[in-house]
Design a protein around this ligand. Structure first.
Ligand code: GAL
Length: 358
């Protein structure tokens, strides 16, 4: 009997505990508690006082291919703004309404419906007690490449839009000297030194000490920038680093486990899926060591048809991590789906993701 119990408890321990999360079925239509399709793409989740808040892009209506994006297949829908859903268990979601609306009246506004409002992420500032949203704001042809900020006193908003900009105008990345700007083959950040750096696909990460970082695809999406934010999380502090130089990564997601920082991202193929990337570091500014594609098994080379957007840490003992992916439907963006999968850490403590549901 004693041995049976021991064997049973060893078997329990050997099971990847992180795989035991209850998650909605990958790629199926996910509905809120009113039966409506959940509309929160390219999003992220904030856990605040026992409630999960899921923010995402509202993708509604007809998908079209603007003339300016014909060459690379950049299909669009009219921007609907940022949605917010809440849940206690990650399975039942309540629609909290529009956290940040698009501006249907003023075509010159950053958040005009014709423009791009993508990858919203929200963090909570314990000092100011404000909820701070950062997002990718862009022109219809994605050439403005700006990051936008909004703020709210409550998690579901409505958020007050503060504006969008290219960060770090006139600022040098860490480890770069002014003389490097004149070097032959100077990289794209020198071109954008005066006006500010491009910022497209992005995520936010808050460290244990409350320091927040913005990760954004920059330099024509070739190189990722990590920016430390000001203490109120409303602006870049001016300190930033270039990471994954010339590795062309998008859709960044960052998390921390046992003192190490982990990074999951995609390559740059628009809405079409590609093989995911992963990396580990001892500090958000790097140096980062690439760990290759974290996906395993069938469909791994296309990230199971998805693209990363966020990694959610679920507290508990042990804590668990959910990798959130979007399965974009390029010709019907409103029918894009979600794939949330548990992260399992292998024998080297590297993150892996498999499509099999728990
Ligand atoms: C992807 C990006 C998405 C969206 C899309 C447009 O590369 O990750 O967020 O911008 O391109 O085609």
């Amino acid at each position: 009997m004693k041995y049976l119990l021991l064997t049973l408890s060893l078997l329990t321990l050997a099971r990847p505990l992180s795989a035991e999360l209850p998650l909605l079925p990958a790629g199926e239509v996910w509905r809120d508690d009113q039966g409506q399709m959940i509309n929160a793409h390219g999003g992220g989740v904030l856990l605040h006082e026992g409630t999960y808040y899921w923010y995402g892009e509202i993708k509604e209506g007809r998908t079209y291919l603007p003339q300016v994006n014909k060459k690379w297949g950049g299909t669009r829908v009219i921007a609907g703004g940022v949605s917010c859903y809440s849940s206690k268990d990650l399975l039942t979601w309540r629609n909290e309404g529009i956290a940040l609306p698009a501006n249907a009246r003023n075509p010159d506004h950053d958040l005009a419906c014709e423009n791009v409002i993508e990858r919203p992420k929200v963090i909570y500032n314990a000092r100011t007690k404000k909820f701070v949203m950062w997002l990718h704001q862009d022109s219809p042809n994605y050439q403005a490449a700006r990051t936008g900020v909004a703020v709210s006193d409550t998690p579901a908003g409505p958020f007050r839009y503060l504006g969008a900009f290219r960060p770090h105008a006139g600022k040098l990345p860490v480890g770069v000297n002014k003389t490097d700007l004149n070097a032959d083959n100077a990289p794209a950040f020198t071109r954008d030194f005066a006006g500010g750096q491009m910022a497209r696909d992005m995520t936010l990460f808050v460290d244990d000490d409350g320091t927040a970082y913005l990760f954004s695809s920059s330099e024509d999406n070739k190189t990722m920038h990590v920016s430390r934010l000001t203490d109120d999380y409303l602006r870049p502090s001016g300190e930033f680093a270039r990471i994954f130089i010339d590795r062309s990564m998008e859709a960044p997601a960052v998390f921390k486990r046992n003192g190490k920082y982990y990074f999951i991202a995609s390559g740059c193929t628009g809405w079409d899926p590609n093989a995911a990337r992963s990396a580990v570091a001892d500090h958000p500014f790097g140096p980062w060591t690439e760990l290759g594609n974290p996906c395993r098994g069938e469909g791994a080379d296309t990230t199971f048809g998805g693209q990363s957007t966020f990694v959610l840490r679920v507290p508990g003992t042990p804590d668990r991590y959910i990798a959130m992916f979007d399965r974009w439907n390029k010709w019907d963006l409103a029918d894009s789906r979600y794939v949330w999968l548990p992260i399992v850490f292998d024998e080297n403590q590297n993150p892996t993701v498999t499509l099999a549901q728990p």
